[in-house]
Design a protein around this ligand. Structure first.
Ligand SMILES: *Cc1c(COP(=O)(O)O)cnc(C)c1O
Length: 435
């Protein structure tokens, strides 16, 4: 189905209906040419409109001072509302179920306050082994926080946190093992919280079935979609996921440290009794400025907001979400699948053709429902040199010690020609660095 030729790659580009979106991004340059940017899973490229959107707010601040909250072109008082609809489309939610706020790890904590409510019987959390460090620290510290309450002494993270593991000799976690682990702990389980896809292997989990199983076993289910938002087809509302969080600087292209997102299912976000750490921006906007003594939560995910909106980074996110709205997640996902298939194809061609190929293999699962834009490669030997060679050819990919090369072909701005060219340089690297 695929061919490892420039003509084939160009034909795919010609047939690509999202082809023109590439021109809506700034590319770093290498020898006066666009780099082959395969790091959109780490920091997405800057949309060309971003600068104008941020400058607009800076200028309105110059012109209006405090009045800008109401008279700026995009008034700052309701600024977060301008992002709501487009963000909800990215994650498959109702607009009232999403809010843009804080950073990702902050949002993990805020939502765990509401959704990790351990009791003496039910206190365990299931997560994936080697979760992103920040997620591990958040879960461990939440367990410790509850353990210091007077009636909860004796809990500790080693007992409370159950890690899903691949089987011996495997890299991905089998779906049946995920479901079986949830079932096994059904009497003590408070929460399932999984990063999807896994940041290291790129494995995509079946969120719907995990959510169903978690609910059947009496637990709540949340996801960290740092690598999922803008990458996977998500239906958080329909899948009945309890909550989710994500950052916006990876596939969502909102810039370094961009404002993060959170989802709270309708069935929870209208519940004004839910425990949460509250701030004035979560209060009903109709009474917010009457400075009421008691907190009256908005009946939406906005109730989790603490502070007034950081308008400058939100302006960057707004520019980027408009690009997503124009492209549409459905077409993006369709292109992402084909790009990812092609990327795997050119990698495997180089592996087959070269002696050095015996030291290299893809650990991201092959099954199409178990992968997104990312490919993770284990390089048993000379991995660093291979990464270095790619860098000298203008390929931006991510090297993780001790042996993993991660890359992502992103449907908004990567082309099939990018993938072909990458394959050529990867093949060269394997010839140069044999062992
Ligand atoms: C990128 C990433 C983070 C980063 O957290 P920040 O709070 O944005 O610094 C956390 N968790 C996962 C799974 C990630 O992929």
């Amino acid at each position: 189905m695929f061919e490892n030729t420039i003509e084939f790659a160009q034909l795919c580009d010609d047939a690509d209906k999202l082809k023109s979106f590439r021109t809506r991004f700034h590319f770093p340059q290498h020898n006066k040419k666009d780099v082959i940017y395969f790091c959109g899973n780490s920091l997405g490229l800057q949309p060309s409109k971003t600068e104008e959107y941020v400058l607009q707010e800076l200028r309105d601040w110059q012109t209006f001072g405090v009045e800008g909250h109401f008279v700026a072109k995009n008034p700052w008082f309701p600024y977060h509302e301008f992002l709501r609809t487009n963000m909800s489309k990215v994650v498959g939610a109702l607009p009232t179920e999403v809010v843009v706020m804080n950073s990702l790890t902050t949002n993990i904590h805020l939502l765990l306050v509401s959704f990790y409510k351990p009791t003496k019987e039910r206190y365990k959390i299931i997560c994936e082994v080697s979760a992103f460090p920040s997620d591990q620290y958040a879960l461990q510290s939440q367990v410790k926080f509850h353990a210091c309450l007077p009636d909860r002494q004796g809990y500790n993270p080693d007992d409370a946190i159950i890690e899903l593991k691949p089987r011996e000799g495997e890299y991905a976690i089998r779906h049946e093992d995920v479901l079986a682990t949830i079932e096994k702990h059904k009497n003590e389980l408070a929460l399932v919280f999984i990063g999807n896809p896994n940041y290291y292997t790129g494995q995509v989990f079946n969120m719907k079935e995990i959510t169903d199983m978690g609910h059947r076993c009496g637990a709540l289910v949340g996801f960290d979609l740092a690598h999922g938002a803008g990458n996977l087809e998500l239906k958080l509302h329909d899948w009945n996921v309890d909550f989710a969080v994500w950052c916006s600087y990876k596939y969502l292209n909102a810039g370094p440290g961009g404002v993060a997102g959170a989802f709270v299912h309708e069935k929870h976000c209208n519940n004004t009794e839910l425990i949460r750490f509250a701030g004035w921006w979560g209060n009903d906007p109709n009474t917010r400025f009457t400075m009421p003594h008691d907190f009256v939560p908005v009946k939406s995910a906005d109730a989790w907001q603490l502070s007034n909106a950081p308008v400058l980074p939100m302006a960057a996110l707004r520019a980027s979400l408009e690009v997503f709205a124009d492209a549409g997640m459905e077409d993006l996902v369709a292109k992402r699948k084909k790009l990812n298939d092609y990327l795997r194809f050119v990698i495997n061609e180089a592996i087959k053709r070269n002696k050095q190929g015996k030291n290299i293999f893809i650990i991201t699962p092959e099954h199409e429902h178990e992968r997104g834009a990312q490919v993770s490669l284990i390089c048993k030997k000379n991995g660093k040199q291979i990464h270095q060679h790619l860098a000298t050819k203008g390929v931006v990919a991510d090297w993780r010690e001790p042996e993993v090369l991660r890359m992502a072909a992103v449907p908004l701005y990567n082309s099939f020609t990018d993938v072909f060219e990458f394959g050529k340089y990867f093949d060269e690297a394997l010839q140069l660095h044999q062992q």
